[in-house]
Design a protein. Structure first.
Length: 230
């Protein structure tokens, strides 16, 4: 266990910081995914063929392309796009996008595609009488959504959102290619330094399993909370 001690002789403090980074990226990506889901879910449910096409293109393309490719596109393509815009204004130096921002945004877009489908399915599972009752009562659309639809949507969506969270959490390991030091990247560094890859990769697996276990405990509590009265 000396390898996991804190201080100059061990890797415990570095792995702890890397774990915090993994959690930070996961939460940020999930929040970004929720924003995308709130934007594209209405498009998926829209009666307009054009808006429906936009929503379907987003979910189909993102879910059909490998996650690592999406991260590469944003990490390398994002820098190129920013440099191109900067060159228009006369700035021709190299610009590198922050790895945390790039990784969180890329994984957030992936998370958003899955969350969109979860929200769509949850809304379609709500009894049509709820929508009709809101119209009869004359509720405004914001009130109708936040007071009537969203609470019921969350109750139905939370079990499936737990799967989206697991995907998001595991996808953070892919952003190690950007140089961001999270669990996988730190394990790789430690394994190369000590020449003990089996130990550090096994410990990385334990950390991911621990995060998954704690996440499921929290999600189960949320599921119980939003299921009160049913």
């Amino acid at each position: 266990m000396e390898l996991l001690s804190f201080g100059k002789t061990g890797w415990g403090d570095e792995l702890l910081i890397a774990t915090m980074m993994t959690i930070a990226v996961s939460i940020t990506a999930m929040l970004i995914g929720f924003i995308f889901a709130l934007i594209f879910t209405p498009l998926k449910l829209s009666k307009s063929k054009f808006l429906n096409l936009i929503g379907n293109c987003y979910t189909t393309v993102i879910r059909g392309v490998p996650e690592l490719l999406v991260i590469y596109l944003f990490f390398f393509g994002g820098s190129g796009a920013v440099m191109y815009v900067a060159s228009i204004f006369g700035y021709n130096e190299y610009i590198e996008i922050n790895a945390f921002i790039t990784g969180s945004f890329a994984i957030g877009i992936i998370s958003g595609a899955y969350s969109t489908e979860v929200f769509r399915g949850a809304i379609q599972s709500i009894d049509k009488g709820q929508f009709e009752a809101s119209k009869v009562l004359g509720l405004k659309k914001p009130v109708h959504f936040f007071k009537v639809i969203m609470p019921q949507m969350l109750r139905l969506a939370i079990p499936n959102l737990s799967n989206v969270w697991q995907i998001t959490l595991k996808d953070t390991s892919l952003i190690s290619v950007t140089g961001l030091v999270e669990i996988m990247r730190q394990s790789y560094i430690a394994a190369g330094s000590t020449r003990d890859p089996l130990f550090f990769y096994s410990f990385a697996a334990v950390l991911y399993l621990l995060l998954t276990y704690l996440s499921m405990k929290l999600i189960n509590k949320l599921e119980v909370r939003y299921s009160r009265g049913y």
